[in-house]
Design a binder for this molecule. Structure first.
Ligand code: IMP
Ligand code: MG
Length: 190
């Protein structure tokens, strides 16, 4: 049983991206994606659990027909703050992506290890196209060179939470992106 989590304000050092800034940018991304995929089939794949808030708002900002599916992955090496670059699928897709236009929807690309690994796997299933849409891009933290086709915000290399991103599974519900006060919270795993 985890300890009772603190109110988020006790772990927040600053709000990095406000709710209004998020929603404005997501509307822009949705418009861009709608234009880029106009007249084509589109399948959004969300990586659980961090991507869910972004997915549901992005869907409402996309004005062309699209389908969704989910997958979940976990990094090898439990407890490691840095992901090892190898992922294990804990929940697979239900839809066959062969010949589909797939857009992978992620909360954050950090080292890039997770996305690189997921892209390899999805590519082997022969989609018609495969692109990446991430809300947050910690560009300076990149280790694996992954193509990011759509990025909401390029952010500094700070540990953030809220709007899908968790601290030990809590605070995903916050409508903004906050920076963690590292004097009050020590990240243990991603
Ligand atoms: P990567 O494999 O290093 O790109 O890490 C991607 C995953 O690490 C994301 O899907 C998140 O689950 C997690 N992650 C990376 N940075 C943060 C952060 O600042 N806050 C919360 N989770 C993060
Ligand atoms: Mg996480």
């Amino acid at each position: 049983m985890p300890q009772h989590p603190l109110p988020y304000k006790e772990l927040l050092s600053e709000i990095l991206i406000t709710e209004e800034q998020l929603q404005t940018r997501i509307a822009e991304l949705g418009a861009q994606i709608s234009q880029d995929y106009a007249g084509q089939d589109l399948l959004l794949i969300c990586i659980l659990r961090g991507g869910v808030m972004f997915l549901t708002d992005l869907m409402r900002a996309i004005n062309i027909p699209h389908a969704i599916d989910f997958m979940a992955v976990s990094s090898y090496g439990v407890g490691a703050r840095k992901s090892s670059g190898q992922v294990r699928i804990t929940l697979d897709l239900t839809i066959n992506i062969r010949d589909r236009n797939v857009l992978l929807v992620e909360d954050i690309v950090d080292s890039g290890g997770t996305i690189a690994s997921v892209l390899d796997l999805l590519q082997s299933r022969q989609p018609k196209s495969l692109r990446v849409c991430t809300l947050l891009d910690k560009a300076k933290a990149r280790v694996s060179d992954v193509p990011v086709d759509y990025a909401g915000f390029v952010i500094p290399n700070k540990f953030v939470f809220g709007y899908g991103l968790d601290l030990d599974e809590y605070y995903r519900d916050l409508p903004f992106i906050g920076v963690v006060d590292l004097d009050k919270f020590t990240p243990t795993e991603t």
